[in-house]
Design a protein around this ligand. Structure first.
Ligand code: NCD
Length: 296
């Protein structure tokens, strides 16, 4: 039984297969490849794009959604995650889960009788975001090799970053780390990717000299303690900075939602690729559902 709990659950060949299938769907249109399947979407944490694009992917591929509202469920009566998953897996062919605790998707997989897709577990991982990031780069660059990508912003608490790093390790890419000092990539993660990291900087301007600049917001809800971290003025990306410091063809990616770290004057500029990235979420998630449910 296939699941996607960590991006490391799939190898390079599978990553490429899913990305190519996503672009095929984008080019040729939707088809009902998953009739009669029931897919449960269990979101224990706020979500806009991930939840809606999964639900859109389910409906576009002809499957049915079993929806779950954490506020109206037996969780309120004190039911454990394990019991909720055991039951739901008896009602559905696949479970998509987002949960605030790191490791929750793995816990779900351990008791589930159907496949699990991790739609974000605390600060741990967000593998489906990574797949759509790669689909967007593959579509734009034509390959997942031969480019430089800057991972920027909150590299300490963003769960999109570990998943993306693990996936990029499969490809011939150069990585720049650019973050405010307090939000640097933890050392244990950095150690695994030393051969690909060509620069670590605390300057946004320096990080802009790259083919792709992947910005992340400050993950305020995951920062415990009293320090109220926000990006200073020199960490707000605007069009003027792109024009001064980026390469001519640099593209800006962002998993979204943005708060204030990318100003709206970039939206209609040639640098913007983040809305295409969000749109690619639907094609990517259909391709992933098909893969997990054995269509290819
Ligand atoms: C990301 C997440 O939930 O980790 N959002 C998303 O799924 N597109 C990034 C974020 O919330 O900053």
């Amino acid at each position: 039984m296939k699941s996607l709990v960590s991006i490391n659950d799939i190898d390079k060949t599978t990553i490429l297969k899913i990305c190519q299938r996503a672009l095929e769907i984008k080019t040729h249109g939707f088809s009902k490849t998953l009739p009669d399947k029931i897919i449960a979407t269990l979101f224990f944490e706020p979500s806009t794009r991930t939840k809606l694009s999964f639900q859109s992917a389910i409906l576009r591929s002809g499957a049915q959604i079993l929806n779950f509202e954490a506020d109206n469920s037996s969780l309120k009566k004190g039911e454990t995650l394990e019991d909720t998953i055991r039951m739901t897996s008896a009602y559905a062919d696949l479970i998509v889960i987002r949960h605030p605790e790191a490791g929750s998707a793995l816990r779900a997989q351990q008791v589930s009788s159907c496949p699990i897709i991790n739609a974000g577990d605390g600060t741990n991982e967000h593998p489906t975001q990574t797949l759509l990031d790669l689909v967007t780069i593959l579509e734009h660059h034509g390959s997942l090799d031969g480019f430089t990508i800057t991972l920027g912003g909150d590299l300490k608490y963003s769960r999109t970053i570990p998943s993306l790093l693990h996936a990029l390790a499969n490809f011939d890419v150069k990585i720049i780390l650019a973050s405010p000092q307090l939000l640097s990539l933890p050392d244990h993660l950095k150690a695994n990717f030393q051969d690909k990291i060509i620069l670590q900087t605390h300057s946004l301007k320096e990080g802009l000299k790259s083919d792709y600049f992947y910005m992340t917001r400050v993950q305020k809800e995951r920062i415990t303690g009293t320090t109220d971290i926000t990006f200073e003025e020199d960490w707000i990306l605007n069009k003027n900075l792109c024009e001064q410091y980026a390469n001519q063809n640099t593209k800006i990616l962002h998993p979204l939602p943005r708060v204030n770290e990318i100003t709206t004057d970039i939206d209609d500029s040639p640098y913007q690729l983040y809305f295409t990235q969000a749109e690619n979420g639907v094609y990517t998630r259909i391709a992933l559902l098909e893969y997990i449910l054995g269509v290819y």
